[in-house]
Design a binder for this molecule. Structure first.
Ligand SMILES: [Zn+2]
Ligand SMILES: [Zn+2]
Length: 392
């Protein structure tokens, strides 16, 4: 197809940054992103896309139908910010106290909007359909899951999906890909151990929930160290433990909460089963009762082999072979996984850190910011990847 993608993206250089900064000023948290989704809706309509709002509460879907029939590919951007008070001193600083785009999602929106803007100009030459999905609540509140349950992958049925994350663990100029598991599942659990209080000096007749919990804390780690291959990464963390009222009373109740992260969907099923076996076994042995709640949150982000090859090849043409690297796996979660469970796709990392400019704070830090030149790279890779997929 005769589109000079590089030149057209180059012409949007300033606009890419301007839009990102406008969005940076108006962050919303979780599903509360109305102002951002209104902004997105207005832009998509101005490009001539068919727009559907209110998918997954505040999610927006823009459809770009090509002249000729073909496959449907989804391009996904998240829209939500974080409950963080921004500490950057920039003229586009967050206008809302205690809310900040500290993960780069403002950049993701600008990239997605510009992909839509440029491709909309070439609708006549386009074969197939691109579904632009702008989702709320990526940061742990279930935005993708809700959009999927409300049918975002249907009408028209999505055949493949692409998405990216601006990544400050990667220097500017680099782009990172990995077929297979990329980002961890992010499950959460609570355990309540119920014993019986007694005088701290007369323990017989009581059931010490703190002693029982101590055995549980220790034993749970043996799932990771003794039941899973040392070559298979998994982590089980108990992050809170609360119990007891006084130094001389045997505590009747302890509450714990924690997280389990894995990169293997099978191990993810295995761990909670073994957790319950161990918790039950210990509590039975000590005559304590328990409640165990395990909440499946984000699944593992698993990239499709073919789709990853397709986008990787495109990226090599855009940034040069030496700037395309293998992505390191991470136990950080991403709800892109809900789409990738249903359709083959590729989620990749776009380097954003520029140490020389002081733009290398980690994600979720109050000084997080990235080198905005990555916006052009992301847009160019996105357009070329979508075109390549649809032209197949
Ligand atoms: Zn984040
Ligand atoms: Zn993020």
């Amino acid at each position: 197809m005769d589109i000079d993608v590089k030149t057209e993206v180059q012409q949007e250089k300033e606009e890419l940054i301007r839009v990102r900064r406008e969005l940076h000023r108006i962050p919303g948290i979780r599903f509360d992103v109305k102002e951002t989704s209104d902004y997105v809706t207005e832009k998509l309509r101005s490009f001539g896309l068919e727009v559907q709002t209110g998918v997954g509460k505040t999610g927006v879907v823009g459809l770009l139908r090509g002249k000729q029939a073909g496959k449907t590919i989804m391009y996904r951007s998240d829209m939500d910010a974080l409950p963080i008070k921004e500490q950057n001193e920039v003229d586009y600083v967050s206008q809302y106290e205690g809310k900040m785009h500290a993960c780069g999602h403002d950049g993701h929106i600008s990239i997605a909007l510009h992909i839509a803007k440029i491709l909309a100009r070439h609708r006549d030459k386009l074969k197939g359909t691109i579904k632009f999905v702008f989702q709320p609540a990526e940061e742990g509140a279930g935005g993708a899951e809700l959009m999927v349950s409300e049918g975002v992958l249907e009408n028209p049925t999505v055949d493949a999906a692409i998405g990216l994350h601006i990544w400050n663990y990667l220097p500017i100029g680099k782009v990172a890909f990995r077929p297979g598991p990329l980002m961890g599942s992010t499950d959460m659990f609570t355990v309540t151990v119920k014993g019986r209080s007694a005088h701290g000096a007369v323990p017989q007749g009581g059931i010490d929930s703190i002693l029982v919990s101590s055995h549980i804390v220790t034993a749970l780690q043996s799932i990771i160290s003794r039941e899973i291959s040392p070559l298979t990464p998994a982590v089980l963390t108990i992050g809170t433990i609360n119990g007891g009222d006084a130094f001389n009373i045997i505590s009747d109740k302890v509450e714990m909460s924690g997280t389990v992260r894995t990169l293997d969907p099978e191990i993810r099923k295995f761990i909670p089963k073994r957790m319950e076996d161990i918790i039950k076994g210990i509590c039975d042995g000590f005559r304590a009762d328990y409640e165990f709640n395990y909440m499946h949150r984000h699944p593992v982000v698993v990239n499709d082999e073919k789709m990853t090859t397709l986008v990787t090849d495109v990226a090599k043409e855009v940034v040069g072979e030496k700037n395309v690297v293998i992505a390191e796996q991470t136990m950080v979660g991403e709800d892109m996984s809900f789409y990738l469970q249903q359709v083959p796709g590729c989620f990749f990392f776009l380097g954003g850190a520029n140490k020389a400019k002081g733009l290398d704070y980690p994600h979720h830090n109050p000084r997080f910011n990235f080198d905005e030149s990555c916006l052009q790279t992301g847009t160019e890779i996105g357009i070329n990847a979508l075109l390549k997929y649809l032209s197949k």
